[in-house]
Design a protein around this ligand. Structure first.
Ligand code: SF4
Length: 554
């Protein structure tokens, strides 16, 4: 029996690949010895090559994406040297829209499957690879007719990783930068009863997170609502990730989502721009009033992690417009704002219009924009730096209290980030630093140099942020003050005075006595902070990361 190796190189170790599992299960009845092998792009090149060679495959099938295309290009010639008799099949979005270029550059490729690959893959194998045409385009059966991609043994390998699932394929929207907008990506839904059965199987495997890869999960209301209600009823200790379109939400959806248990769902919401001219040029719907209303409402429920996306480098988005989009989207108050950059993907409408928009992008993946008619290379570069700061300081959610107050002192969030960037650059600070204390120190210096009259208040804010993550009563040097030991003494003694056996129970506090030792105690320096957050308490004990204001004096 011929040995067939299905290979995917994932963007991260925590990712798993769905496409190669679909392929495997779609041909599992054929007489081939099938094996899946997954790598991450961070693995050593030789290690990947060695593992592929070790399997001595007769046929290799690669799933090629924007994140692994460079590595696959490097691997192909080397594979041919060490496995000269093996046949090579490529599929995936990176090869689907320029197969001739791949053929020309890599004569070692035997077949390229374009588009959704199940039927094409089966066709090649059923014909024992005796097909004259090397570029394969085959129409898939209906989506519900394609078998569930997972088998039980997959979970020995991937139970700790993200598990991907799709209840629909394709997209009805026409965003010009996206491959899913192509006419060959028609929207199809999986039968809802099949979806439920498959979800029950996945839930039984108890992964940490299941990511729906449906391009717009709420494209069909009955479908999305049924799944949401089903999962809310089951309420497993798993997080489900969905990409949704806020303009398609309505009151009935909101009623369902309002009652969703905390952390059961997380939503990714692509807004991309709030500039009407830009949205029109990229064919995205444009109802900012509804979008902002729905996103704000979702955020107000405080039960779903909300991630919003903005793309820099779109047509008609000058730096002024981009600044406005940034502020509009930042001010929604989502948990995470991802500032992305236009990627000019081969096969998209925007790739065909680069001349019209003056777009220059990198020749190799990720085909990232370098400049266009509205943004210079320098402006885009500065936005990349803002992205770094946004991730380290805002998206990390580790400096929430100080940022909440500090940003308000600037005209807009964008102005804050620009000024902070200038400050860090003037100090030759390494923007890639991930260390909380180093970043906090810089942020604090920036805050007190910008607003010296409220230095004590910012000190308290940052100290509060530290307390939320501290594991014991310890403060970094720049956050120490004379009240620290007093706070510990009175907080510790107060909690212990309520000790009965090994428990401490006071009002809303119900903890083990051992937790008191690990608590961190906080008394603010500024009256302003105290008045704002715990006017009637004397000290705050952070127990297991949760603040508990304590009223010591009667
Ligand atoms: S960006 Fe999203 S909504 Fe637009 S075409 Fe792509 S998948 Fe569909």
């Amino acid at each position: 029996m011929k040995r067939l190796l299905l290979i995917c190189i994932n963007a991260r170790y925590t990712h798993s690949n769905l496409a190669i599992r679909y392929l495997r299960n779609y041909v599992s009845d054929l007489a081939y010895e099938l094996k899946i092998i997954e790598f991450s792009i961070n693995q050593k090149f030789l290690e990947i090559l060695e593992q592929i060679a070790h399997n001595k495959p007769d046929i290799l099938a690669f799933s090629v994406y924007i994140w692994n295309t460079d590595l696959v290009r490097l691997l192909l010639p080397e594979i041919t040297k060490i496995l000269p008799d093996s046949k090579i099949i490529l599929g995936g979005p990176e090869v689907s829209y320029n197969p001739k270029d791949w053929q020309q550059n890599f004569p070692e490729i035997d077949f390229i499957i374009c588009g959704a690959g199940e039927a094409g893959f089966r066709y090649i194998l059923e014909n024992n690879l005796n097909i004259s045409d090397a570029i394969i385009r085959k129409k898939n059966p209906i989506f519900s007719g394609i078998p569930f991609p997972y088998i039980l043994s997959d979970f020995h390998e991937i139970s700790e990783k993200y598990i991907y699932y799709e209840s629909s394929r394709g997209c009805s929207f026409k965003c010009s930068y996206c491959l899913s907008s192509r006419s060959d990506q028609l929207l199809e839904f999986r039968d809802i009863e099949i979806v439920k059965k498959e979800l029950v199987f996945l839930i039984e495997q108890n992964p940490r997170i299941i990511k729906f890869v449906d391009r717009t999960f709420n494209a069909k209301k009955e479908h999305s609502r049924e799944i949401w209600k089903f999962l809310i009823k089951l309420n497993p200790k798993i997080t489900f990730h969905f990409e949704i379109h806020p303009e398609l939400l309505d009151e009935e959806d909101m009623q369902i989502l309002k009652n969703c248990p905390k952390n059961l769902f997380q939503f990714e919401i692509g807004i991309q721009s709030t500039n009407p001219e830009t949205l029109e040029a990229i064919h995205r719907t444009n109802n900012w009033i509804k979008t902002s209303k729905m996103v704000k409402q979702l955020i107000s429920f405080d039960n779903i992690h909300i991630h919003v996306d903005l793309i820099a480098g779109l047509p008609f988005e000058s730096i002024k417009n981009l600044e406005r989009s940034f502020n509009d989207i930042f001010n929604l108050g989502a948990d995470h704002l991802q500032l992305g950059f236009l990627k000019v993907l081969p096969g998209t409408e925007i790739a065909e219009n680069v001349k019209t928009f003056g777009i220059m992008s990198s020749n190799t993946s990720p085909y990232i924009i370098l400049q266009n008619n509205w943004l210079t290379f320098a402006e885009l570069n500065r936005m990349h730096k803002i992205e770094t700061l946004l991730d380290a300081f805002s998206n990390s959610n580790k400096y929430k209290m100080i940022l909440k107050h500090l940003i308000l002192k600037f005209d807009t969030p964008y102005v804050f980030f620009i000024e902070f960037l200038k400050f860090l650059q003037s100090r030759n600070y390494d923007l890639q630093t991930k260390n909380w204390k180093k970043n906090a120190f810089e942020l604090f210096q920036f805050a007190i140099e910008s607003f010296p009259d409220v230095d004590k208040f910012f000190f308290d804010c940052l100290k509060w942020d530290w307390c939320l993550q501290a594991k014991s009563h310890y403060y970094p040097e720049f956050l120490r003050c004379e009240t620290d030991s007093v706070a510990k003494k009175i907080g510790y003694e107060y909690l212990n005075s309520y000790k009965i056996n090994n428990k401490i129970v006071i009002d809303e506090i119900d903890i083990f006595a051992s937790d008191v030792k690990k608590a961190i105690y906080f008394i603010p320096l500024s009256d302003e902070f105290k008045q704002l957050y715990f006017p009637t308490s004397d000290v705050v004990a952070f127990i297991n990361g949760e603040p508990s204001p304590l009223k010591i004096s009667n």
